[in-house]
Design a protein around this ligand. Sequence first.
Ligand code: NAP
Length: 332
Amino acid sequence: MMAGTTDETQVIDRGSKDQPPTNPNKKKTKFDVIIIGAGPAGYTAGIYSSRARHDTLILSGILPGGQLVNTTDVENYPGFENGIMGPDLMINFRKQTERMGTTIIDDEVVNVDFKHKPFKVLTASEEYQANAVIICTGANPRKLGLVGEKTYAGKGVSYCATCDGPFFRNQELVVAGGGDSAIEEATFLTKFASTIHLVHRRDKLRASKIMQERAFADKKIKFYWNMTVEEIIGNGKVQKVILKDTKNEEKTTLDVGGIFVAIGHEPNTKLFTNQIELDTQGYVVVKENTKTNVEGVFAAGDVHDHRYRQAVTAAGMGCMAAIDVDKYLAEI
Ligand code: NAP
Protein backbone atom coordinates (compact mmCIF):
# COMPACT_ATOMS: atom_id res chain seq x y z
CA MET A 1 0.00 0.00 0.00
CA MET A 2 1.28 3.45 -0.84
CA ALA A 3 1.84 5.85 1.94
CA GLY A 4 -1.11 8.17 2.42
CA THR A 5 -3.74 5.78 0.98
CA THR A 6 -6.51 4.30 3.11
CA ASP A 7 -6.18 0.73 4.31
CA GLU A 8 -9.52 -0.84 3.39
CA THR A 9 -9.30 -3.35 6.26
CA GLN A 10 -8.98 -0.57 8.82
CA VAL A 11 -12.05 -0.25 11.05
CA ILE A 12 -13.12 3.38 11.21
CA ASP A 13 -14.65 4.40 14.52
CA ARG A 14 -17.69 6.52 13.61
CA GLY A 15 -19.27 6.10 17.01
CA SER A 16 -22.89 5.09 17.61
CA LYS A 17 -26.04 6.54 19.13
CA ASP A 18 -24.82 5.75 22.68
CA GLN A 19 -21.07 5.82 22.21
CA PRO A 20 -19.36 8.90 20.76
CA PRO A 21 -16.39 8.15 18.46
CA THR A 22 -12.98 8.08 20.10
CA ASN A 23 -10.55 10.46 18.52
CA PRO A 24 -7.04 8.96 18.50
CA ASN A 25 -5.56 12.42 17.90
CA LYS A 26 -7.25 13.95 20.90
CA LYS A 27 -4.71 14.88 23.53
CA LYS A 28 -4.90 13.14 26.87
CA THR A 29 -5.65 15.77 29.50
CA LYS A 30 -6.61 13.82 32.64
CA PHE A 31 -3.89 12.44 34.88
CA ASP A 32 -3.54 11.21 38.46
CA VAL A 33 -0.69 13.57 39.16
CA ILE A 34 0.57 16.73 37.47
CA ILE A 35 4.06 17.99 38.25
CA ILE A 36 4.76 21.60 37.33
CA GLY A 37 8.42 22.17 36.58
CA ALA A 38 11.27 19.97 35.38
CA GLY A 39 14.37 20.53 37.46
CA PRO A 40 15.85 17.89 39.79
CA ALA A 41 12.76 18.06 42.05
CA GLY A 42 10.21 17.71 39.23
CA TYR A 43 11.96 14.86 37.41
CA THR A 44 12.57 12.92 40.62
CA ALA A 45 8.93 13.36 41.61
CA GLY A 46 8.02 12.01 38.15
CA ILE A 47 10.22 8.93 38.55
CA TYR A 48 8.73 8.06 41.93
CA SER A 49 5.16 8.87 40.94
CA SER A 50 5.28 6.76 37.77
CA ARG A 51 6.94 3.87 39.61
CA ALA A 52 4.04 4.03 42.09
CA ARG A 53 1.84 3.44 38.99
CA HIS A 54 0.24 6.87 38.98
CA ASP A 55 -0.52 8.31 35.57
CA THR A 56 1.83 11.27 35.75
CA LEU A 57 2.32 14.38 33.63
CA ILE A 58 5.20 16.82 33.90
CA LEU A 59 4.59 20.25 32.41
CA SER A 60 8.17 21.32 32.10
CA GLY A 61 7.94 24.93 31.00
CA ILE A 62 9.64 26.19 27.86
CA LEU A 63 13.21 25.69 29.11
CA PRO A 64 13.21 22.38 30.99
CA GLY A 65 16.04 21.37 33.29
CA GLY A 66 16.05 24.16 35.86
CA GLN A 67 19.14 26.03 36.98
CA LEU A 68 21.53 23.18 36.13
CA VAL A 69 21.14 23.75 32.39
CA ASN A 70 23.04 27.00 32.92
CA THR A 71 25.83 25.29 34.84
CA THR A 72 28.99 23.68 33.53
CA ASP A 73 30.74 21.12 35.77
CA VAL A 74 28.69 19.60 38.56
CA GLU A 75 31.03 17.90 41.03
CA ASN A 76 28.71 17.53 43.99
CA TYR A 77 25.89 15.40 42.58
CA PRO A 78 26.55 11.94 44.01
CA GLY A 79 27.03 9.02 41.66
CA PHE A 80 29.28 10.77 39.15
CA GLU A 81 32.84 10.01 40.18
CA ASN A 82 34.37 12.49 37.73
CA GLY A 83 31.56 15.04 37.86
CA ILE A 84 29.12 15.72 35.03
CA MET A 85 28.11 18.76 32.99
CA GLY A 86 24.87 20.33 34.28
CA PRO A 87 22.94 20.03 30.97
CA ASP A 88 24.04 16.36 30.60
CA LEU A 89 22.86 15.60 34.11
CA MET A 90 19.44 17.05 33.30
CA ILE A 91 19.21 15.05 30.05
CA ASN A 92 19.88 11.91 32.13
CA PHE A 93 17.16 12.95 34.61
CA ARG A 94 14.70 13.42 31.75
CA LYS A 95 15.47 10.14 29.99
CA GLN A 96 15.15 8.21 33.23
CA THR A 97 11.82 9.90 34.00
CA GLU A 98 10.47 9.13 30.52
CA ARG A 99 11.63 5.51 30.81
CA MET A 100 9.54 5.19 33.97
CA GLY A 101 6.47 6.20 31.96
CA THR A 102 5.97 9.85 32.88
CA THR A 103 4.45 11.99 30.13
CA ILE A 104 6.53 15.14 29.68
CA ILE A 105 5.15 18.13 27.80
CA ASP A 106 7.42 21.12 27.20
CA ASP A 107 4.77 23.75 27.64
CA GLU A 108 4.37 26.65 30.00
CA VAL A 109 1.66 26.71 32.64
CA VAL A 110 -0.23 30.00 32.49
CA ASN A 111 -2.87 29.44 35.15
CA VAL A 112 -4.00 27.00 37.82
CA ASP A 113 -7.22 26.37 39.72
CA PHE A 114 -6.63 24.68 43.07
CA LYS A 115 -9.99 25.81 44.48
CA HIS A 116 -11.90 22.87 43.02
CA LYS A 117 -11.13 19.18 42.48
CA PRO A 118 -9.94 17.78 40.19
CA PHE A 119 -7.32 20.53 40.08
CA LYS A 120 -6.92 22.35 36.78
CA VAL A 121 -3.58 23.28 35.27
CA LEU A 122 -3.75 25.38 32.13
CA THR A 123 -1.29 26.06 29.34
CA ALA A 124 -2.02 28.53 26.55
CA SER A 125 -3.67 25.79 24.48
CA GLU A 126 -4.86 23.09 26.87
CA GLU A 127 -6.54 22.43 30.20
CA TYR A 128 -5.12 19.50 32.18
CA GLN A 129 -6.72 17.93 35.25
CA ALA A 130 -5.38 15.85 38.13
CA ASN A 131 -6.24 14.81 41.67
CA ALA A 132 -2.82 15.83 42.94
CA VAL A 133 -0.32 18.48 41.91
CA ILE A 134 3.35 18.84 42.83
CA ILE A 135 4.82 22.31 42.41
CA CYS A 136 8.50 22.20 41.42
CA THR A 137 8.89 25.52 39.66
CA GLY A 138 12.13 26.44 41.43
CA ALA A 139 13.65 29.84 42.05
CA ASN A 140 16.00 31.99 40.04
CA PRO A 141 18.93 33.91 41.41
CA ARG A 142 18.49 37.66 41.03
CA LYS A 143 20.77 39.03 38.34
CA LEU A 144 22.81 42.22 38.25
CA GLY A 145 21.62 42.73 34.69
CA LEU A 146 25.06 43.29 33.14
CA VAL A 147 26.09 42.16 29.67
CA GLY A 148 29.25 40.46 30.98
CA GLU A 149 27.19 38.62 33.57
CA LYS A 150 25.40 36.74 30.80
CA THR A 151 28.49 36.30 28.61
CA TYR A 152 30.54 34.75 31.42
CA ALA A 153 27.80 32.79 33.24
CA GLY A 154 29.48 29.49 34.11
CA LYS A 155 32.84 30.95 33.00
CA GLY A 156 33.62 32.86 36.16
CA VAL A 157 30.17 34.26 36.96
CA SER A 158 28.41 32.06 39.50
CA TYR A 159 25.33 32.16 41.70
CA CYS A 160 26.24 29.29 44.02
CA ALA A 161 29.41 29.11 46.11
CA THR A 162 28.69 25.59 47.34
CA CYS A 163 28.47 24.44 43.73
CA ASP A 164 31.36 26.34 42.18
CA GLY A 165 33.68 27.48 45.01
CA PRO A 166 36.18 24.61 44.61
CA PHE A 167 36.86 25.69 41.01
CA PHE A 168 38.46 28.92 42.24
CA ARG A 169 41.34 27.72 44.43
CA ASN A 170 43.91 30.45 45.22
CA GLN A 171 42.13 33.02 43.06
CA GLU A 172 40.77 36.46 43.94
CA LEU A 173 37.00 36.68 43.77
CA VAL A 174 34.25 39.29 43.96
CA VAL A 175 31.09 38.59 45.92
CA ALA A 176 28.24 41.03 45.22
CA GLY A 177 25.51 41.58 47.83
CA GLY A 178 25.06 42.48 51.48
CA GLY A 179 22.53 39.98 52.83
CA ASP A 180 22.95 36.64 54.60
CA SER A 181 23.57 34.86 51.29
CA ALA A 182 26.42 37.15 50.28
CA ILE A 183 28.12 36.89 53.67
CA GLU A 184 27.62 33.16 53.81
CA GLU A 185 29.00 32.74 50.28
CA ALA A 186 31.97 35.02 51.01
CA THR A 187 32.82 33.16 54.21
CA PHE A 188 32.50 29.78 52.48
CA LEU A 189 34.67 30.94 49.58
CA THR A 190 37.56 31.87 51.90
CA LYS A 191 38.27 28.11 52.03
CA PHE A 192 39.37 28.27 48.42
CA ALA A 193 40.04 31.84 47.31
CA SER A 194 43.08 33.92 48.24
CA THR A 195 41.02 37.13 48.66
CA ILE A 196 37.31 37.91 48.59
CA HIS A 197 36.29 41.41 47.53
CA LEU A 198 32.82 41.87 48.98
CA VAL A 199 30.97 44.61 47.12
CA HIS A 200 27.84 46.14 48.66
CA ARG A 201 25.74 48.99 47.33
CA ARG A 202 25.22 50.56 50.78
CA ASP A 203 27.42 51.24 53.82
CA LYS A 204 25.63 48.73 56.06
CA LEU A 205 25.11 45.01 55.60
CA ARG A 206 21.65 43.54 55.69
CA ALA A 207 23.05 40.21 56.95
CA SER A 208 22.48 39.03 60.53
CA LYS A 209 24.93 40.47 63.09
CA ILE A 210 26.59 37.17 63.93
CA MET A 211 27.39 36.51 60.27
CA GLN A 212 28.64 40.07 59.85
CA GLU A 213 30.99 39.69 62.84
CA ARG A 214 32.40 36.48 61.43
CA ALA A 215 33.02 38.11 58.05
CA PHE A 216 34.59 41.28 59.57
CA ALA A 217 36.99 39.09 61.55
CA ASP A 218 38.10 37.19 58.45
CA LYS A 219 41.28 38.68 57.00
CA LYS A 220 40.61 37.21 53.57
CA ILE A 221 37.46 39.33 53.11
CA LYS A 222 37.86 42.96 51.99
CA PHE A 223 34.77 45.19 52.01
CA TYR A 224 33.86 47.73 49.34
CA TRP A 225 31.08 49.99 50.64
CA ASN A 226 28.71 52.08 48.52
CA MET A 227 29.93 50.34 45.40
CA THR A 228 28.12 48.61 42.58
CA VAL A 229 29.44 46.22 39.96
CA GLU A 230 29.61 48.22 36.77
CA GLU A 231 31.16 45.79 34.32
CA ILE A 232 32.45 42.22 34.07
CA ILE A 233 35.28 41.83 31.58
CA GLY A 234 37.07 38.74 30.35
CA ASN A 235 38.47 36.77 27.50
CA GLY A 236 36.80 33.37 27.44
CA LYS A 237 36.47 33.67 31.22
CA VAL A 238 36.22 36.44 33.80
CA GLN A 239 39.41 38.50 34.23
CA LYS A 240 38.31 41.88 35.63
CA VAL A 241 35.42 43.39 37.52
CA ILE A 242 34.90 47.14 37.43
CA LEU A 243 33.20 48.77 40.41
CA LYS A 244 31.58 52.17 40.61
CA ASP A 245 31.35 54.29 43.76
CA THR A 246 27.69 55.26 44.18
CA LYS A 247 28.66 58.61 45.74
CA ASN A 248 31.41 60.02 43.52
CA GLU A 249 31.09 57.65 40.52
CA GLU A 250 34.81 56.82 40.80
CA LYS A 251 35.73 53.49 39.23
CA THR A 252 37.89 50.71 40.68
CA THR A 253 39.17 47.77 38.65
CA LEU A 254 39.75 44.43 40.36
CA ASP A 255 41.73 41.62 38.68
CA VAL A 256 39.79 38.53 39.69
CA GLY A 257 39.09 35.01 38.48
CA GLY A 258 35.39 35.13 39.20
CA ILE A 259 32.38 36.87 40.65
CA PHE A 260 29.67 35.35 42.82
CA VAL A 261 26.39 37.22 42.58
CA ALA A 262 24.47 36.78 45.84
CA ILE A 263 21.74 39.42 45.76
CA GLY A 264 18.81 37.16 46.58
CA HIS A 265 16.56 34.69 44.78
CA GLU A 266 13.10 34.94 43.29
CA PRO A 267 10.87 31.89 43.63
CA ASN A 268 8.75 31.16 40.56
CA THR A 269 5.39 31.40 42.28
CA LYS A 270 3.49 34.21 40.55
CA LEU A 271 1.12 31.58 39.18
CA PHE A 272 0.12 30.47 42.65
CA THR A 273 -0.75 33.83 44.23
CA ASN A 274 -4.26 33.53 45.72
CA GLN A 275 -4.17 29.75 45.24
CA ILE A 276 -1.82 28.53 47.98
CA GLU A 277 -0.05 30.08 50.95
CA LEU A 278 3.20 31.88 50.11
CA ASP A 279 5.55 33.51 52.61
CA THR A 280 6.48 37.20 52.58
CA GLN A 281 9.27 36.52 50.06
CA GLY A 282 6.98 34.53 47.76
CA TYR A 283 8.20 31.01 48.66
CA VAL A 284 5.60 28.24 48.96
CA VAL A 285 4.86 27.48 52.60
CA VAL A 286 4.90 23.76 53.35
CA LYS A 287 3.64 22.12 56.47
CA GLU A 288 4.35 18.51 57.31
CA ASN A 289 7.09 17.72 54.81
CA THR A 290 5.85 18.65 51.33
CA LYS A 291 2.16 19.47 51.89
CA THR A 292 0.95 22.98 51.12
CA ASN A 293 -2.12 24.49 52.78
CA VAL A 294 -4.29 23.06 49.97
CA GLU A 295 -4.97 19.37 50.42
CA GLY A 296 -3.68 17.54 47.35
CA VAL A 297 -1.16 20.22 46.36
CA PHE A 298 2.48 19.55 47.29
CA ALA A 299 5.74 21.43 46.73
CA ALA A 300 9.37 20.37 46.35
CA GLY A 301 12.73 21.97 45.66
CA ASP A 302 13.86 25.59 45.59
CA VAL A 303 10.29 26.87 45.20
CA HIS A 304 9.94 26.43 48.95
CA ASP A 305 13.51 25.77 50.11
CA HIS A 306 15.58 28.92 50.49
CA ARG A 307 18.09 27.30 52.79
CA TYR A 308 19.82 24.43 50.98
CA ARG A 309 19.15 25.15 47.27
CA GLN A 310 21.09 22.14 46.01
CA ALA A 311 20.23 19.78 43.16
CA VAL A 312 20.56 16.82 45.46
CA THR A 313 18.28 18.30 48.14
CA ALA A 314 15.73 19.30 45.49
CA ALA A 315 15.80 15.76 44.09
CA GLY A 316 15.32 14.40 47.62
CA MET A 317 12.31 16.64 48.15
CA GLY A 318 10.87 15.57 44.79
CA CYS A 319 11.03 11.99 46.02
CA MET A 320 9.39 12.98 49.32
CA ALA A 321 6.59 14.83 47.51
CA ALA A 322 5.82 11.83 45.27
CA ILE A 323 5.67 9.52 48.29
CA ASP A 324 3.37 12.01 50.06
CA VAL A 325 1.18 12.12 46.92
CA ASP A 326 1.03 8.33 46.77
CA LYS A 327 -0.22 8.23 50.36
CA TYR A 328 -2.71 11.04 49.69
CA LEU A 329 -4.15 9.34 46.59
CA ALA A 330 -4.43 6.02 48.46
CA GLU A 331 -6.38 7.80 51.21
CA ILE A 332 -8.84 9.51 48.88
P1 NAP B 1 18.34 39.45 50.76
O1 NAP B 1 18.24 39.33 52.25
O2 NAP B 1 17.19 39.96 49.99
O3 NAP B 1 19.63 40.37 50.48
C1 NAP B 1 19.96 40.73 49.18
C2 NAP B 1 21.17 41.64 49.23
O4 NAP B 1 21.54 41.96 47.91
C3 NAP B 1 20.89 42.95 49.96
O5 NAP B 1 22.02 43.33 50.69
C4 NAP B 1 20.61 43.93 48.81
O6 NAP B 1 21.04 45.23 49.07
C5 NAP B 1 21.49 43.37 47.71
N1 NAP B 1 20.92 43.62 46.39
C6 NAP B 1 19.67 43.34 45.94
N2 NAP B 1 19.54 43.69 44.65
C7 NAP B 1 20.72 44.22 44.28
C8 NAP B 1 21.21 44.77 43.06
N3 NAP B 1 20.46 44.82 41.97
N4 NAP B 1 22.48 45.23 43.03
C9 NAP B 1 23.27 45.18 44.13
N5 NAP B 1 22.86 44.65 45.31
C10 NAP B 1 21.61 44.19 45.38
O7 NAP B 1 18.70 38.03 50.09
P2 NAP B 1 19.58 36.83 50.67
O8 NAP B 1 20.83 37.32 51.26
O9 NAP B 1 19.65 35.83 49.56
O10 NAP B 1 18.66 36.21 51.82
C11 NAP B 1 17.33 35.79 51.54
C12 NAP B 1 16.71 35.16 52.79
O11 NAP B 1 17.37 33.93 53.11
C13 NAP B 1 16.87 36.07 54.01
O12 NAP B 1 15.74 35.94 54.81
C14 NAP B 1 18.06 35.50 54.71
O13 NAP B 1 18.05 35.76 56.11
C15 NAP B 1 17.92 34.02 54.41
N6 NAP B 1 19.24 33.37 54.42
C16 NAP B 1 19.66 32.86 55.60
C17 NAP B 1 20.92 32.25 55.67
C18 NAP B 1 21.37 31.69 56.96
O14 NAP B 1 20.73 31.93 57.98
N7 NAP B 1 22.44 30.94 57.00
C19 NAP B 1 21.73 32.20 54.54
C20 NAP B 1 21.27 32.75 53.35
C21 NAP B 1 20.01 33.34 53.30
P3 NAP B 1 20.28 46.16 50.15
O15 NAP B 1 20.73 45.65 51.47
O16 NAP B 1 20.78 47.54 49.84
O17 NAP B 1 18.83 45.98 49.90
